[in-house]
Structure formats: structure tokens, C-alpha cells
Write a new protein. Structure first.
Length: 512
């Protein structure tokens, strides 16, 4: 059984899945569209219970929802309408597009390749209009399929090592990731995408929970085997990745049944055949936790990873005032969000950038970020076109609200190259790179810290998405040449690792 604290596994996976100019060209992989995975998990023998389609108007501005959370211990329980809104605005189908030979169903949150490998399950007690049970969310039908009848929350509490948020939650949403659905395109690098894609979804879910006055907290620490068995997933293909406690109740959940039998429910095959990428499963196994005691010891006590004081010229951020702040509610912003396919080479304002950075980084309620506001990733920027800011490379000092200039210059060409030689980062007004020092993260959290650092980057990236679209800007997540990114931002970034990239700017329509 691999040991979570043997971090050779994380370093091996991280190094093996780096992109470089040479590795991308040496890879003979091609997309077999005849074998493309289904974007949905389907239980053909279970009828879905349709969810309410009426959308509540929260009136809570997106820029407020992404930067705050309902205090822990606030008594609140979601009813079925609130559950429907949480699910629709995090994983629901918001639009679809036909093309020769098929159709793409776009979801509420950004996902690499629009492949949607993240599945959502509900574990709840008796709620208004929803009986206790274990459910699978079916986006295609916008419904729930009941997998188990009864209250199984005490199993999750045990698996989460007695985590207080899980113990008091009327509802816990379990996020799983399906290997092949994303690996069909991205191969071994898919395990990184688990964190990114789960994270952007959680950014939506946390913001909507805040707008609905529901406390919510992410848990990355749990006994993997127990949760997988409760959901009855095949861990060779699909694995639990994160939990989200929703709501708070002082009532103690009843003891769950001692035995959790396998269900053996039929599911529609993801595709005709699957290609196995063992490195991902090895990484997941090496980052798994095996007892409630191990989970309790893993949780919290986040290492403080501070930036050195600014040594170069600085730009003080200038956030929009309350009177200037866009008030579009979170549900409207999510529904109009998309991943930009082209940017106009026009500038955004410093207040727009400042507001995005400030609002996205106020803290994530998560069991691996203690105290609230601790952060594993640092944000480095290539500024191409921001009014009042000289083009160049910068690092964001969150606590002092400023950008430190690392070097000045027009780096559009370099930005395009670093973003896997794509046009988008070269055209964007600003490219925001998430860089992390993995050494203290893995030393404290073991291999599972690699999950946490990718998940946090995805959540922060998702908040940046929403912050951009709240201001009528565009954004898109991108991949990158790992070591070239570090070299570009060095010596300041020396010893760090590239984790994620979000490009932001004014969206431009494609010209025919």
C-alpha cells in the first residue's frame, strides 16, 4: 500500500506530466472521435427524479458572492429548490451547440476540453422535499437518481475523521472524477485536470451557496476507499476527489447501517474502449488516506509560504468603489460565462484587474487552508494591456494589495509561447499564472498536497472567471510549458512549479 508521505510519487507524476516544446512534438497522440467518451454517467435501470427548474433570484452580486462565505455554524439547510440551484449553476447544462456529426453540451463551470469528467453525488438526511439517501446528479435529465435509501451521513463523518463541517452538514456533495473521460484527450496529465475542473466547479458552487445564505466548506481529507464504496464507484475508473459540506444543523445524524453492500448497478459504458494510463492511478493511490486517524492528522495547519518583500517597482491596486461595482447577480453571471475563444487586443482598466484579483483571493473555506485566507498558490502575471500599468511581468502581493514588477517589456509573443503556443494568451490583456512551491506543501500534506494545490488553483481560477464575467470581460483557462513558465518568471519564481493559467481580456467575436 503506497504511503501518502512518500512524496517521490508526487514528484514522479509532476515531472512525468510536464509539457515542453519537445514533449508536445514527440507525442503521437491523436483524438479518436469515433471513441469519444460520453459526457454523462447514466444508470439505465434507475429513473431520475426531476429537479425544480424555477431559478431563484438571489439578488447577490457575483463580485460579492465570490469573495465571502456564510459563517461556520450558521444554522441553515437547503431545500430541494436550493439543491437544484446549486447543482444547475455548478454542473448543469446551460447551453448546447450543434456541429456536423454531433452536439456539445456546455456546463455552468469551465472544464478542460469540455469533457466534464466531474460527477456529483449527494449524501443527505431528510430535507424539505427530499428524503434521506445517496443520490447521483444527472445533468442530462436535470434530475437525481437515488442509489441508496436512508441516512448515510455518519459514514462520511467517520471517513472525514470527524470533520466538524461534515458532521454538522444536512447535505454533503461528493465530487468524483472519471479518468478516461478526460484522458481521452489529455492522457496522463488528466490528474492535474481533476483539480482544475473540480475547482472551477467548486468556485461556482461556493459562490451560489453564499448567495443562498448556506454555509459551505470543501474537504479534501477523507478515507478514499470508504467514500468510493458508499458511492459504489469502480475506483479503477472513477474516484472521489473532494467533499463539500452544505448547510449546518445541531442535530446529530443517526448511525448509518453497519454494512454498505455493493449495488452492482449497471451504467452505460463511457465509450467503446478505454486506454489505461497507470501513472494517474498510481498517483491517486499514493495520495489516498486509509484511516480516520490519518485524515485527522492530515487536516489543517497549512504551511505559511510568504513572498519576499518587493524589491522592484510596484503598482498599487485600485479596486472599483462600491458605486462603480457591477451588481449583476451571481446566477446571471454564471449563465453568461463561457471560455473565451478569442480576445481583442484592447486594454482593460487597472480597477477591473484590481477588483478581480482582490475578490478572487479573499480565501477559500477548505480543510487544507487553515486559517481561512491561507493560500498555497502565488499569482504571477504577464500584463499585455492594462491601462495605467506598464507591460511586463509581475507578481501579486495579496496582503499589501500591489503588483511588483519583475521585468518590463512587451511579452505578448512570450505569453503565447508559454501558453502552449496558442493565440489566446498572446492576445489577452493579462495572463495570470498560478505558481506553487511544492516542497513545503508536500512536506506538510504528503502526496495528497498535490491534489490540494491543484484544487485550490482551480477554485481561484474559477473565481477569476466569475470576476471577469461580472465585469463584462472574458476569460479562459489554459495549459502551459511548465519549466519555461518558471524560467520566464525567475529568479523570483526559482524552485516553484507551474500549476494553472487563466487568460483575461476583452472577448472578440470570430471573424469569418
Amino acid at each position: 500500500m503506497p504511503d501518502n508521505h512518500n512524496t517521490e510519487f508526487a514528484w514522479k507524476y509532476h515531472t512525468a506530466t510536464k509539457h515542453s516544446h519537445a514533449s508536445v512534438r514527440a507525442n503521437a497522440h491523436f483524438l479518436d472521435f469515433a471513441n469519444q467518451p460520453l459526457p454523462f454517467k447514466i444508470y439505465p435501470s434507475l429513473e431520475p427524479m426531476r429537479l425544480p427548474s424555477e431559478m431563484r433570484q438571489t439578488g447577490v452580486a457575483a463580485l460579492s458572492a465570490i469573495c465571502s462565505s456564510v459563517p461556520d455554524g450558521t444554522n441553515a439547510a437547503p431545500d430541494l429548490e436550493a439543491i437544484a440551484q446549486l447543482l444547475y449553476l455548478s454542473a448543469g447544462i446551460t447551453r448546447q451547440r450543434k456541429f456536423p456529426g454531433g452536439e456539445i453540451y456546455f456546463r455552468a463551470a469551465a472544464c478542460t476540453g469540455a469533457l466534464y469528467e466531474v460527477e456529483l453525488y449527494l449524501v443527505c438526511g431528510d430535507l424539505a422535499d427530499l428524503s434521506a439517501g445517496v443520490y447521483h446528479f444527472a445533468p442530462a435529465e436535470f434530475g437525481l437518481r437515488k442509489l441508496r435509501d436512508g441516512d448515510y451521513r455518519s459514514i462520511l463523518i467517520e471517513a472525514a475523521g470527524g470533520d466538524l463541517a461534515i458532521a454538522c452538514a444536512p447535505l454533503t456533495i461528493v465530487c468524483t472524477c472519471t479518468y478516461w473521460r478526460n484522458a481521452w484527450k489529455y492522457q496522463d496529465r488528466t490528474y492535474r485536470h481533476f483539480g482544475w475542473d473540480n475547482g472551477t466547479m467548486l468556485a461556482n458552487l461556493l459562490a451560489v451557496a453564499t448567495a443562498l445564505c448556506l454555509p459551505a466548506k470543501v474537504a479534501c481529507g477523507f478515507v478514499d476507499e470508504t467514500v468510493n464504496e458508499l458511492l459504489d464507484v469502480d475506483p479503477q475508473r472513477e474516484v472521489a476527489f473532494s467533499l463539500v459540506a452544505v448547510g449546518h444543523s445541531s442535530e446529530v445524524p443517526p448511525q448509518s447501517p453497519v454494512n454498505v453492500p455493493a449495488l452492482g448497478l449497471e451504467t452505460v459504458p463511457v465509450s467503446r474502449s478505454e486506454v489505461d494510463y497507470p501513472l494517474m492511478r498510481e498517483m491517486h493511490a499514493a495520495s489516498s488516506l486509509h484511516s480516520k486517524e490519518e485524515v485527522a492528522a492530515w487536516r489543517g495547519r497549512t504551511p505559511l509560504i510568504n513572498l519576499p518583500p518587493p524589491a522592484g517597482s510596484i503598482v498599487q491596486l485600485q479596486r472599483l468603489s462600491d458605486d462603480e461595482m457591477p451588481r449583476d447577480p451571481i446566477e446571471q453571471v454564471i449563465l453568461r460565462r463561457g471560455s473565451s475563444r478569442r480576445f481583442a487586443r484592447t486594454p482593460i482598466s487597472l480597477p477591473q484587474l484590481s477588483t478581480m484579483l482582490y475578490r478572487a483571493t479573499r480565501g477559500v473555506p477548505a480543510d487544507f487552508l487553515d486559517p481561512m485566507g491561507t493560500q498555497l498558490n502565488h499569482l504571477y502575471l504577464i500584463v499585455n494591456a492594462v491601462d495605467g500599468v506598464e507591460p511586463g511581468a509581475y507578481v501579486f502581493h495579496r496582503d499589501s494589495g500591489l503588483l511588483e514588477c519583475l521585468k518590463q517589456g512587451n511579452f505578448r509573443e512570450q505569453a503565447g509561447y508559454l501558453g502552449l503556443e496558442q493565440r489566446l494568451p498572446g492576445d489577452a490583456a493579462v495572463d495570470i499564472f498560478f505558481l506553487a512551491d511544492l516542497h513545503p506543501v508536500l512536506q506538510r500534506f504528503g502526496n495528497r498536497g498535490y491534489r490540494a494545490v491543484q484544487l485550490e488553483a482551480g477554485i481561484l481560477g474559477g473565481k477569476l472567471y466569475l470576476g471577469a464575467y461580472a465585469q463584462r470581460l472574458g476569460a479562459t483557462g489554459l495549459t502551459f510549458y511548465d519549466d519555461d513558465v518558471i524560467r520566464f518568471f525567475s529568479p523570483h519564481a526559482e524552485g516553484k512549479s507551474a500549476v494553472f493559467l487563466v487568460a483575461v481580456g476583452n472577448s472578440a467575436k470570430h471573424q469569418l
